[in-house]
Design a binder for this molecule. Structure first.
Ligand code: OFO
Length: 173
């Protein structure tokens, strides 16, 4: 049986992950409205990965005998000034998620919950990649520019992103 404080913290994190998924879907819709199909695809993959993250916490809670509680999802922004602005927001958001994961790890350490620490290690590693991905695209947009030919080149590049479902998801429902 999982500790009740950890249960509550995981339920809050499920909400954070679903909000992330919602935010990236909104960014995908923004790119669709600009006709940037590659950017829209990249953000759609990001949206699906975030739902996988939410489900990873969800399954963990169920397996540990906890109760999943789904809270209200806040409304994400719908408009940005430019593709660069979208990725700056993405990086800001991922830094916030990194902080959430680190706080969860502090709590799991305090409660001496090793299974939870093991789960969180996966998220800690994932966050390094998440922040690096956003930083890389910000650099590209700053170097190549976020208008005209430059943006079309990046659009073609981002169209290549492949969605790989998490193994835990494949074994889930
Ligand atoms: Fe974007 O990261 Fe989930 O956790």
């Amino acid at each position: 049986m999982i500790d009740s404080e950890l249960e509550e913290a995981i339920n809050k994190q499920i909400n954070e992950e679903i909000y992330s998924s919602y935010l990236y879907l909104s960014m995908s819709a923004y790119f669709e409205s600009m006709g940037l199909k590659g950017f829209a695809h990249w953000m759609y993959v990001q949206h699906k990965e975030e739902m996988d993250h939410a489900m990873k916490f969800y399954r963990f809670l169920v397996e540990r005998g906890g109760k999943v509680k789904l809270y209200e999802i806040k409304e994400p922004p719908h408009e940005w000034n430019s593709p660069l602005h979208v990725f700056e927001d993405t990086l800001k958001h991922e830094r916030h998620i990194t902080e959430c994961i680190n706080n969860l790890a502090d709590l799991a350490e305090k409660k001496k919950d090793r299974a939870m620490l093991s789960l969180l290690q996966w998220f800690i590693d994932e966050q390094v990649e998440e922040e690096a991905n956003a930083e890389e695209i910000i650099q590209m947009l700053k170097m190549i520019g976020d208008k005209g030919h430059g943006i079309l080149m990046i659009d073609r590049e981002l169209a290549k992103r492949v969605y790989t479902p998490l193994v835990a998801e494949q074994n889930g429902h």
